[in-house]
Design a protein around this ligand. Sequence first.
Ligand SMILES: Nc1ncnc2c1ncn2[C@@H]1O[C@H](COP(=O)(O)OP(=O)(O)OP(=O)(O)O)[C@@H](O)[C@H]1O
Length: 774
Amino acid sequence: MATDQQVRKEDGYIKGELLYTIFRNEQENFSIAKINILATNEDYQAKDIVIKGYFSDLQETAAYYFYGAFERHPKFGLQYNVTSYQTFIPDTTDGLIAYLSSDLFHGIGKKTAAKIVDALGVNAISSILNDPDALKKVPGLKQDKADLLVKTLKENQGFEYIAVYLAKYGIGLKMAQKIYKHYQDEAISVLQEDPYQYVFDIEGFGFQTADQIARGNGLSLTHPSRIGAGCIYVLQKNIQAGHVFLPIETCISLVMDLLTQPEQPLTEAMVNGRLEELNQDKSVIMLNGNVYLPSLYYAEDGFASNVNRLITKSIEHDTPLAELMKIIGDIEDQEVLSYGKEQFEAIQQALSSKLMIVTGGPGTGKTTVIKGILNAYSTIHDMSADPKTYDSETDYPFILTAPTGRAAKRLTESTGLPAVTIHRLLGWDGQSGFDKNEHEQLKGSYLIVDEFSMVDIWLANSLFKAIPDDMQVLLVGDEDQLPSVGPGQVLADLLASDRIPYISLHDVYRQKEGSKIIELAHLIKQDTCDKAALMNDKDFSFISCHEQQLIDVVTAVFKRAQAKGIELKDMQVLAPMYRSQAGITMINQHLQALINPASSKKREIKTKDAVFRVGDKVLQLVNQPEDGIYNGDIGNVVAIFKENENADRVEQLVIDFEGKEVSYERKDYINVTHAYCISIHKSQGSEFPIVIMPVLPVYQRMLKKNLLYTAITRSKKSLIICGDKQAFLSGVKRLDANQRYTSLIEQLHERLPNVPDMNHSATEETEITPYDFM
Ligand SMILES: Nc1ncnc2c1ncn2[C@@H]1O[C@H](COP(=O)(O)OP(=O)(O)OP(=O)(O)O)[C@@H](O)[C@H]1O
């Protein structure tokens, strides 16, 4: 007699029992294990095999069917990559009694197990899983024992049952784990009734998959769930383009494009009606003709409220102007420099403002102003800026922070004071939120946030929540750089709102030191960059070449640098796109072959897309605050360990990020890529001594003013552009037409109806400032 356990024998399977676990990641439920093979329909003769996949904890006392495919690992040989699995349920009365009375089920002895099988037959397990009340048919079984049995069965079988079910739709074990975590036993019923619900609830669950399942289930193309999921999906997709909301008509038209099928036409009224319903149940927020995902609406709203809260508080010790001027004058004497008019105003205003912005291009003295503010603030409040002079009882007054590790490090180097990333400052737990928030705020008196153009609306909201009423805040950034990778354009909106005091620094000091790079940056900013601006100089060269010559030109530049003894780590290629014969991927392959070629003395590992070798320069692609590394950080591969060489018994790639060593396992290799050439977007917040930048007509779609400006301002000492002058000159004139939809300006205007009395820039001729009297 057979149970109704459906074993997918038409697929490749291995039936086996656990020998030992080689590796387990509890959080992701990822395991690598060795199993003893009991049966298989695969063409495989050995008695055991290493399996890997996203399993719940495998029990030693049970047997399982593993479905998947063999793959040959370059180092570890043949493995079975499991895509779904299920516990083997014995298919005879005796087998089932032995299974139910095993260690897996506490409190069920042989007698009780026999009673259960007697009452429910060999299909007992699926009968109980389908309807726990089935156990009522078992004479004398106490309710508590029945409950425990159901719970254990669900724990052991629930996930597998769901995983097997989901596998039918091509949903892998990793996604199945996420789904099970969210819905537990409800996963299948949700999927059967309304697969679109997954799009709402499960991050990363694609609309197309839900659509395919729903259509298989015969759900109508105009079903409200389908339209609702389409709306959410369209909004989620647009976050990736940086938008905070979509105008309702744009949203409707994108949803129509996504959902309309000739057989069952959709009307705009249907989509509009569904949006209204989603608005009612707070799945979206519709306001002033715009539609938001709630997390973005509340981030913008929260940020605007906190800006309002801070700016409307007054400063406790407002230093008289004359005294301020004297203090700043003394600092000039100490530093042996004379602040420019704009710089002087920036320092003076930052000391007497609750919240203020300093913006300016490269070399305009933003760092000089920060140092001046720190110095003057310490003098006014008669306090030391040296952290060593503070004990654990006294709060250090200055908080210096930046969105990336590199920017924070630069801030430390230039000010000599400790600076950390915003994530670190707020204490990100890597999962759900920050330790510092409106309930547990930051401690200190003066907060300086550098590279603020890179901060998105979510992070800005989290940061501002944590700022106490009595803290002064200075935001520093270059408004002409690319906006944040995440949604919003917070710095640009704050400046455009005209409600926050700001000073724009225009005078370029580094240019006075003869920098062509800075001159070029400012010509781009002022829209006056022409062919003459591209003449070679001591820190700038333009090498003209075609797409087919680019790789040769870039490698020739590196070879020449090598011959001259220039440290190759100081040289960074920045390009706009990955694909094409002259794209980032290709450039990386050639530079790796030149700079870090294969050798019998260097270990290497192959992934689907790349070869990582000891000595390679690599780029981190995601934030990993738990390891203190962030998207855009650059490191070096320092070691590769084989499976049998470390305690975790897995292959590991070890990368050194400026003194911080981080280990990666194979499943994490997608989080790093080669960094001989990196994208301009990833270079935001970083600076390099020598930048080599290919600019070709093939990149045309990407070549825009803010992208090129960001790229050239990454170079500190030398800039070499390779490619086509015309492509560069048209690129710097092309404005980014993809305006982000944000409503921060309106939010600020609602809260702060009047323009505050403030100086924006010392260059406005009509203004008389304290500086004029000095
Ligand atoms: N008032 C001044 N007088 C003389 N030199 C100055 C003055 N202001 C700034 N500098 C010098 O100009 C250079 C650039 O200044 P600073 O580093 O402060 O600019 P920045 O805006 O922070 O530049 P970047 O954004 O490129 O890092 C420095 O060498 C600095 O010492």
